[in-house]
Design a protein around this ligand. Structure first.
Ligand code: C2O
Ligand code: CU
Length: 480
């Protein structure tokens, strides 16, 4: 168990046995959580910085405004967002506002990259309150840029949400979860091997929450709102508490759910967000609430590819392993003036209805020996239009995962509703709301319904496993 004293995570079986042996949590959760500042300028500057993290790890970081994660953007619906993006990192980049519905030239299409100088963003916030985020989107190098630190929250509020009086201020915590690899000399490094590029994506064995390894945070015994973002390149988490306490899911990628949903676990794939309420006054023992990623199974899609991905995913704990994420240390004061009285109806949603869909598009996700992960048999090409859509049309998209690894599929310029998933996995609580990214496990067919209301132009859709995306698992959609 020497690893733990150095702050290292261990193989899942080791973690479990240590915890069973009564290990002190303060050995695992050694550093206080940090919360990024709110962006209070109209400049976002990406630069290279050498960082020391938790006094022992080094990272050749890329940061927005010198912050890890980037500063949190907070806007209200109806406001105009203006920011000047400066690229000082010495390679191509461009910012995508994930989940935001913006004009095509504001969306961070990889064709709009700049290798130096600046790019002006200026758009009106015209969508539901929710937890969105921003990150770079250059073709082939999104993975390393996000991994090295370029990602931040973009939080939108509106009147409907404010009327709910959800926990705010100190009681609302945006938390971005990211796994990292650290070598023997303490360097956080990005160097995917061929199998990682081809199969699993880059999986690390150390967890950072808001840039801090397995942090702790002192909380009061009362409800908190946690805005969870899976900002990892490839790792899926099954969000849970160590003691299996239940929590309430109130929001998803595209804001508040129609109704709150209680659960004890929640899958969160790269790119996805979950807005949850946790009542720390209730049910946690020893004044401690350990947020973990619980084991889950990835369906094997059989065949040679399935076996190969098993073999090739070696080196890091595989998808579905158990991980400690962070600890909430629960204090004693009770601030009884702040309890949340949650209505049964959280928000009004007007999902498109199936009868109005003008067509169904099949989006086949394949793994081919020579090319790697493809969408409908092809790799990304910068200007080739793969799907042409008439503005205003409602369509059903069916994602069909024929490969042996999970693919979290993200469509720009829209929010959609998940309709169904074949096999034995039901829709999960976040899928009762608006989504922009949906997890498609091996062998699954997932149908989503979407209305293409955005401005005419070129946008992308892609797998949000960033190694898959960088290897070309992306395509263009044009709204005409
Ligand atoms: Cu968060 Cu096109 O991605
Ligand atoms: Cu993928």
């Amino acid at each position: 168990y020497t690893g733990a004293s150095a702050g290292f995570l261990l193989a899942p079986s080791v973690i479990t046995s240590c915890l069973n042996a009564g290990t002190n949590n303060s050995d695992i959760y050694r550093y206080p959580l940090q919360l990024p500042d709110t962006l209070n300028s109209d400049q976002l500057r990406a630069s290279r910085d050498n960082l020391t993290i938790a006094e022992q790890y080094t990272l050749e970081a890329l940061q927005f405004n010198g912050s890890l994660p980037g500063p949190t953007i907070r806007m209200k619906r109806g406001e105009q967002f203006q920011v000047q993006f400066h690229n000082d990192i010495g390679q191509e980049s461009i910012i995508h506002w994930h989940g935001m519905i913006v004009p095509p030239d504001m969306d961070g299409h990889p064709k709009d990259v700049i290798s130096e100088g600046s790019y002006s963003y200026d758009f009106k916030i015209n969508q539901r309150a929710g937890t969105y985020w921003y990150h770079p989107h250059p073709h082939r190098i999104t993975g390393p840029q996000v991994y090295r630190g370029l990602a931040g929250f973009f939080i939108v509020t509106d009147d409907e949400e404010e009327a709910l009086n959800l926990p705010s201020g100190d009681y609302e915590l945006p938390l971005v979860i990211q796994d990292r690899k650290i070598d023997d000399s303490g360097n956080i490094y990005y160097d995917p091997s061929m199998p990682e590029r081809m199969m699993t994506g880059y999986l690390g064995e150390h967890i950072l929450v808001n840039g801090v390894p397995n942090p702790y945070h002192e909380v009061q015994p009362r409800p908190y709102r946690l805005r969870l973002l899976n900002g990892s390149n490839a790792r899926i988490y099954n969000i849970a508490f160590r003691d299996d306490n239940s929590f309430t899911v109130i929001g998803s990628d595209g804001g508040l759910l129609p109704q709150p949903v209680e659960t004890t676990e929640l899958l969160l794939a790269p790119g996805e967000r979950a807005d949850i309420l946790v009542d720390f006054s209730n049910g946690f023992s020893n004044n401690s609430a350990e947020l973990i990623s619980k084991t889950f199974s990835v369906p094997s899609n059989g065949g040679m590819m399935g076996n190969m991905s098993q073999m090739m995913g070696q080196g890091s704990p595989e998808q579905g392993s158990e991980f400690p994420l962070m600890e909430f240390r629960i204090g004693n004061e009770i601030n009884s003036s702040n309890f949340v009285d949650l209505p049964q109806q959280l928000s009004e949603v007007n999902f498109p209805i199936e009868d109005n869909a003008v067509r169904t598009r099949s989006i086949e996700l394949n793994m081919e020996m020579m090319t790697g992960h493809t969408i409908n048999g092809r790799l990304f090409e910068m200007l080739r239009v793969d799907e042409k859509i008439t503005q205003g049309d409602t369509e059903i998209w069916e994602f069909i995962n024929n490969s042996a690894v999970p693919h979290p599929m993200h469509i720009h310029a829209v929010q959609f509703k998940v309709l169904s998933r074949n096999g034995n996995r039901d829709l999960i609580p976040t899928e009762t709301g608006w989504k922009d990214t949906v997890l498609v496990m091996p062998g699954e067919r997932v149908r989503v319904i979407v209305t293409f209301d955005a401005l005419k132009g070129l946008y992308v859709f892609h797998c949000h496993n960033l190694e898959h995306e960088d290897a070309g698992m992306m395509a263009n959609l044009e709204i005409t």
